[in-house]
Design a protein around this ligand. Structure first.
Ligand code: HEM
Ligand code: HEM
Length: 278
């Protein structure tokens, strides 16, 4: 995960400057032009700025999707994100300049509204990136997810050994804990942060509630098993909290991307309508 400062300040705010220059130039052209029919999306400036905005949207989409393949290579990801964020935000003003601030209840304004949604979720995303590293590490005590999962696998193995010479009930509890503990899954399951039917919780309950009266070594073995399963439950719940937090943090992206595609769809309709009905 990259920090927001790194991409917001990238190359001394290069893309912030590029965006500002672009906006100033567009405003200047907009103000200077005095077309016969009045300013509108169908003046030369209107067509020019509309085409520019549409090209930028296509580029932002391509950039966004393309970024995935660059993630691991460490290519100039910060530069890409920086350009994405600043040029993306500049559309907020560029499009109104294109249509001379004329809006209505129609598909054209729908395209703009959807685009505003993309930009708003994008801004939330940048805010989230600003908060992520600290909150994630705080919750995870600096242990990575992989390490936690490995720990759980070890506990599972220890449980199997501990249950070896114990009654069936204990062996079954271990199997329930191993086979019926789910982490993650659907978006709602991830966001829930807990599983009421968790196999580990059920196993622990059945072990603690066992009415079999064990003596000596067997009792010690049973106590050890209970301790292992209890420790596993703590770890599983910790991972679920992590997954939930991460899911909440990614929610903006779950909106950002579909809204971006919807914007492109509405944009195609907009251009089609404009050329065929005017
Ligand atoms: C190839 C690019 C584009 C072309 C050729 C184009 C063309 C036009 C034209 C000719 C108009 C004037 C329509 C009229 O006078 O009734 C217009 C208006 C408008 N355009 Fe575009 N446009 C383009 C891109 C965009 C983009 C990217 C957006 C926003 C995402 C957008 C949003 C609007 C809006 C909101 C209006 C005002 C509609 C109204 O009067 O209610 N356009 N466009
Ligand atoms: C109309 C404008 C925009 C379009 C079409 C657009 C589209 C996209 C797309 C397709 C992705 C790829 C998501 C993925 O597959 O991971 C993306 C990612 C992203 N967008 Fe946008 N976006 C726009 C504007 C913005 C704005 C204004 C911001 C912030 C102010 C922003 C912030 C982000 C961030 C932070 C990412 C994730 C980058 C990463 O994972 O490294 N976007 N965008």
């Amino acid at each position: 995960m990259i920090g927001p400062r790194s991409f917001l300040e990238y190359a001394r705010y290069r893309y912030l400057k590029v965006s500002l220059v672009l906006l100033l130039a567009s405003m200047a052209i907009y103000l200077v032009e005095d077309p016969p029919g009045g300013r509108s999306g169908s003046s030369w400036t209107g067509y020019g700025l509309g085409t520019l905005a549409a090209l930028m949207i296509v580029w932002l989409m391509w950039l966004g999707l393309r970024k995935r393949s660059y993630r691991d290579v460490g290519a100039p990801l910060q530069g890409w994100t920086s350009a994405h964020v600043y040029l993306g935000t500049s559309l907020l003003l560029l499009v109104p300049l294109h249509c001379a601030f004329e809006f209505g209840v129609n598909v054209h304004t729908l395209a703009y509204a959807l685009m505003c949604g993309v930009i708003a979720t994008g801004i939330v995303g940048v805010g989230v990136y600003a908060l992520v590293p600290t909150s994630i590490t705080r919750n995870r005590n600096n242990t990575t997810l992989d390490a936690l999962l490995e720990r759980i696998a070890e506990i599972d193995a220890d449980c199997r050994v501990a249950a070896e010479n114990l009654p069936d009930l204990h062996a079954k509890a271990v199997i329930t804990s191993i086979e019926e503990t789910r982490i993650g899954g659907s978006l709602t399951a991830q966001l829930a942060g807990r599983d009421p039917a968790c196999g580990t919780t059920r196993a622990l309950r059945s072990l603690r509630g066992s009415e079999i009266d064990l003596q000596g070594d067997a009792r010690l073995q049973e106590l050890k098993l209970i301790e292992l399963v209890a420790r596993k439950e703590l770890l599983v719940n910790q991972i679920r909290r992590d997954v939930r937090l991460k899911g909440l943090l990614d929610l903006w992206l779950v909106l950002h991307v579909p809204l971006a595609f919807a914007t492109v769809a509405a944009l195609l309709v907009h251009v089609f309508v404009v050329f065929w009905y005017h």
